[in-house]
Design a protein around this ligand. Structure first.
Ligand code: GLU
Length: 419
């Protein structure tokens, strides 16, 4: 039992155990690699529109400090607790190491149901959360970014709050900002683009023509919507999409740009069409070529894994597949090609890294350069994962995580234990 114990943290521990066994890491070395270095809990009081005061609980977990600053998103959602945030921070570490970024993993969040607060209250909460975090973050200490429930506007408020306290503009304190305030071209699209790019690569490996392929997308936030748009541009038909309000299904293919405009204006896919509504419970097991879970953790359990009817499982979300489901997928490796989360959705943090570098240098790149470099990193990491999986005869997730864990471990061992 630790302060982090809970279903999501236990999942990250379980996954690490599989990797540590595979890498034969001695038992007395495991805690040093796995356990988060720092965790902060803050209370964030805000003025509500009706004049009362409400207090929200906020968290930030910095997993390891071995390779540079920590990096990771901030989540505003009712599911947020210290265990979920810690697990997400750990996954960020393996992700950053896998793709070769000079960061440890971090994650933060506030336990809040966004449907219950106004835009003005959201600004107050965002600013107060960042203000409470000032002693613990910095451009060379810990760099935040968007995650579920946060967006470019929230990042702009974070950056402004930090900057007001410093007495100067510090754009490099967060990534995922609007382009008008130090953000980079291509960050908004980066995660979804990366998911689609890797899915297309796998379709090619499987000799499936994108022009006659279908995709299903669970979640229509930043990741799901841009993954859908990009896959559609590659020629795939997006036959189903869901979000927290419901699902839509159209065997002829949904109009993704129209759906994005609708979701942008109304906050969800609800009300887009009455004829196309579908049971969201069934979306993951629809027959399709590419399935993109881009919503919550742990949506694919062993039963769902047994019933998946996709050829490619492209994990846009963090931690969508439980360890029990992984055992099922291991048996179904020839039927379902898994692109594991820490690789599949890493385009987001890769382009966050580009944004941080551009802000530090005050030298900004064309979008074409951002995207070209993003794809080059994804291609290299994909190659490494596949080579490792083949060489060690292990599943893709084990291979991807082993590469990440190994890099963190090597850096810790060469630096030694202080004092
Ligand atoms: N929240 C995203 C993730 O889970 C992005 C993190 C970042 O850009 O730092 O990878």
């Amino acid at each position: 039992m630790t302060v982090y114990s809970g279903p999501v943290f236990d999942m990250a521990v379980n996954q690490f155990g599989v990797i540590a066994n595979h890498l034969e890491i001695p038992m007395d070395e495991r805690g040093r690699i796995l356990m988060p270095k720092r965790a902060v809990t803050v209370s964030c009081p805000i003025h509500r529109d009706d004049g009362t005061v409400a207090v929200f609980e906020g968290y930030r977990v910095q997993h390891h400090l071995t390779l540079g600053p920590t990096k990771g998103g901030t989540r505003f959602a009712p599911s947020v607790d210290i265990g979920e945030v810690a697990a997400l921070a750990i996954w960020m570490s393996w992700k950053c190491a896998l793709v070769g970024l000079p960061y440890g993993g971090a994650k933060g969040g506030v336990n809040v149901d966004l449907s219950t607060i106004s835009k003005r209250e959201l600004e107050g909460l965002s600013r107060r959360y960042m203000q409470e975090m000032i002693p613990f973050v910095g451009p060379h200490t810990d760099v935040m970014a968007p995650d579920m429930g946060t967006n470019e506007q929230v990042m702009a408020w974070f950056m402004d709050t930090y900057s007001m306290y410093q007495g100067q503009t510090v754009t490099e304190i967060v990534t995922g900002k609007p382009v008008s305030s130090g953000g980079t071209l291509g960050r908004r699209e980066a995660t979804g683009r990366g998911v689609a790019y890797l899915a297309k690569r796998v379709l090619k490996e499987l000799s499936i023509n994108p022009g006659s392929a279908t995709a299903v997308i669970q979640g229509f936030g930043n990741v799901g919507s841009y993954a859908a748009l990009e896959l559609q541009q590659y020629g795939l038909k997006i036959i189903a999409v869901s979000d927290h309000t419901g699902a839509l299904h159209d065997p002829n293919g949904l109009d993704i740009p129209a759906l994005m405009r609708h979701a942008g204006a109304h906050g969800s896919i609800a009300g887009f069409s009455n004829e196309l509504t579908f049971d969201p419970e069934q979306i993951l097991t629809l027959p399709c070529d590419v399935l993109v879970p881009a919503a919550m953790e742990r949506v694919i359990d062993a039963t769902v894994a047994e019933n998946l009817k996709c050829r490619v499982l492209a994990e846009g979300a963090n931690g969508p597949t439980t360890p029990e489901a992984d055992l099922v997928l291991e048996k179904r490796q020839d039927e379902v090609f898994l692109i594991p989360d820490i690789l599949c959705n890493s385009g987001g943090v890769v382009v966050s890294y580009f944004e941080w570098v551009q802000d530090l240098q005050q030298l900004f790149w064309e979008e074409e350069e951002v995207t070209r470099r993003e794809y080059a990193i994804l291609d290299r990491a994909f190659d490494h994962m596949l080579q490792r999986a083949k060489a060690d005869k292990i599943p893709h997730r084990t291979a991807a995580m082993a590469i990440g864990v190994e890099k963190v471990r090597a850096a810790k061992n060469v630096r030694g234990l202080f004092p």
